[in-house]
Ligand binder design. Sequence first.
Ligand SMILES: [Zn+2]
Length: 345
Amino acid sequence: MKPASFAFGWLALLLSGTAFAQLPIWSGSFTDQGTGQNYNFVMVGNDPSNTGTTNVPVYLIPVVVKFDWTDCQTPYQNTFDPGTKVSNGETAIQNTIDSPVFTSINFTQGQSTNSQYLDAFQRSNFWGVVSSNTSYHTVLNPTLMTAQNIEVPSNDGRAQLYPPYGGCVDGVNPAWFAGQILSLLDTLEQTQDLSNGLALFLVYDVFAGQAPEYTPGGGGYHGWSLTPGLLEFQTYAWAAYNGGTCYQNGNQVPCPFADVTDVTHEVGEWFDDPRTTNRTGCAGDNALEVGDGSVLDQKYPYRGQNNFVYHLQDLKFLPYFRASGGTSWGPGWLSFQQESLTPCQ
Ligand SMILES: [Zn+2]
């Protein structure tokens, strides 16, 4: 993700006042243990030291994406629909709703409580205070919205056979696609105010790719916009559900974006930086993006609803960003799934 011009966002926030239901957010700060400098942040939910459960709406908007250019011929495929049924017979939409992003499971890490993934992550991230305020929770409540459509002209992306990502998948010009998502968001906002939650656009097997080949690369995006006319602060993200079986050189390999991996990346980053204004003292990671980094993969499979095994991308704790110690779960843990990371430089 790229931070937008946030000065305008702050202005809009001031202007919108309390006239509209707003996304629940709280402010905190941490001290960089290298430089001693203080960094303020804004996160989704309420203060972990002294609040209970906060419910946050997530408007799940399936997007059917049709490509004018497809190289997928046997069978011919140019339309990618999150309503597609995947390996367990459920649709990608239903599997997303049933995933630990929106449905509680028992996590063994951190605070071993029955919770959603982001709640478990954040409770662990702030275990230094949550350990004496254990009723702290942030619960995401999904609302399934009407499916939307995007058609991709042949000069902005293509469907293609790409076995490492699971058969026939797509690469799309990320800047162009973000514009399409924003215009869908603007249209939706004209009939319903979504600004008290996250507008999450779910695509199926659509990834960012670069011209001219549009080989699928990274996944989605999270950001915010101002609702037309209302000058409200609206957070949004797009993310891909990946339903394929992935191969490299003829051998089956773990899919880099298996099932809800990309959803956990974007929703996780939104959770800890909804306004894309949070900064750190790290030269390489100067934005507080808890999902970024090449080593962050899905370390553990998690068994969710209907015995389906989900792959949740790991997310970084504050000490990874050189926050002074004692806040997060487990001495030395720099991420929820305890990958071997070193603090950022
Ligand atoms: Zn990211």
